[in-house]
Design a protein around this ligand. Structure first.
Ligand code: SF4
Ligand code: ZN
Length: 329
């Protein structure tokens, strides 16, 4: 017998999220699930947060329902309009989240605006349409957004630096399915995956934003963080990786053709995007504020902070070289 008292999500918190020109109250839930079916991305440790062993669908559904009840008991339903759902992989993967639970979530949060993360291969017209029919009460023109970790529009970087296991054209196909079913698309882009210099990563992000904009309604940039027990951590511990500079993040947000949201996780710490330690705190705060208020003057002001590490960043941009393969054998 599963004790409903002991089952709770991996994480949950209340916050705010910018949606168009509005600021919505949000609830974020990270459900512990059957785990990511792919489980191979070089920078990801979320995939380790799963129920161990293969759980039969009915047991998994009971665990998940218990987590959902826990959330409903701890947050006042009337106080948030948006629900952001993450799992240890993909919300729409039937192996990870039994389909019955999908519709339990949709019924429970009827009338809310849902953002749910998933890999593109799990986006199917029938599943998405049924989810929308269940959740929709007319409150929102688009009641569901699927968040896809596209990471970059460059297939070579996605394959070699991330090992993501899908292509840009897979993302485009899923975006088309979502739009025809009446759902929206949120693209997550990863800033500075493994094996890129700071300037290569900036070029990749600029191109990716432009190319993803055609298909995504919302774009969010994740500056890379070194998570534990990952391949990225292996390289980082050997001095072969540095998380991105916050100067780069500011500069990308400043130049982006659309508003990009960004929550620099681990910002200012060794494992997260960081500068010198002196200027980090106010820059991280400004980036978080900018995600909510879209005030580019704030970003401009931050770029003008007189900190000595800016010269270091400029030097890195101009002089850092990628791995030097043997020129001859
Ligand atoms: S990043 Fe997403 S798709 Fe990749 S292993 Fe982690 S959970 Fe799975
Ligand atoms: Zn500094």
């Amino acid at each position: 017998m599963i004790s409903e008292m002991t089952e709770r999500p991996i994480a949950h918190w209340r916050g705010q999220e910018r949606y168009g020109n509005e600021l919505l109250e949000s609830l974020t839930i990270i459900f512990k699930s059957g785990g990511c079916s792919w489980s191979k991305c070089r920078m990801c440790s979320y995939r380790h947060e799963r129920y161990s062993g293969q759980q039969p669908a009915d047991i998994l559904s009971r665990y998940l329902s218990a987590q959902l009840s826990w959330v409903l008991n701890h947050y006042n339903f009337e106080e948030y309009q948006m629900v952001k759902i993450f799992t240890s992989g993909s919300f729409f993967d039937p192996q990870e989240i039994p389909p019955g639970f999908l519709y339990e979530v949709a019924k429970t949060f009827k009338g809310k605006l849902i953002i749910a993360e998933t890999r593109p291969e799990f986006i199917e017209t029938e599943v998405i349409s049924r989810f929308i029919d269940t959740i929709d009460n007319g409150n929102w023109k688009i009641p569901l957004y699927c968040a896809i970790g596209l990471e970059t529009s460059n297939d070579r970087i996605r394959e070699k630096s991330i090992n993501k296991g899908f292509t840009f054209s897979d993302f485009i196909k899923s975006a088309e399915i979502l739009h025809s079913a009446g759902a929206g698309v949120k693209a997550y882009l990863l800033f500075k995956p493994l094996f890129l210099t700071e300037s290569e990563a900036m070029i990749d992000m600029k191109i990716s934003i432009k190319e993803a904009m055609t298909y995504a309604d919302i774009i969010s940039m994740n500056p890379c963080t070194v998570q534990r027990y990952t391949e990225l951590e292996y390289y980082w511990k050997r001095g072969a990786y540095r998380p991105p500079y916050l100067w780069s993040v500011l500069s990308l947000l400043m130049d982006a053709p659309v508003h990009i949201t960004c929550d620099p996780l681990g910002g200012g710490q060794k494992r997260g995007p960081h500068n010198c330690g002196k200027c980090d705190y106010e820059i991280v705060k400004a980036i978080r504020d900018y995600s909510l208020n879209a005030d580019r003057d704030l970003i401009r002001t931050m770029l003008e902070i007189p900190c000595n590490c800016k010269k270091e960043w400029e030097y890195v941009l101009s002089s850092e070289k990628n791995y030097c393969l043997p020129l001859t054998l």
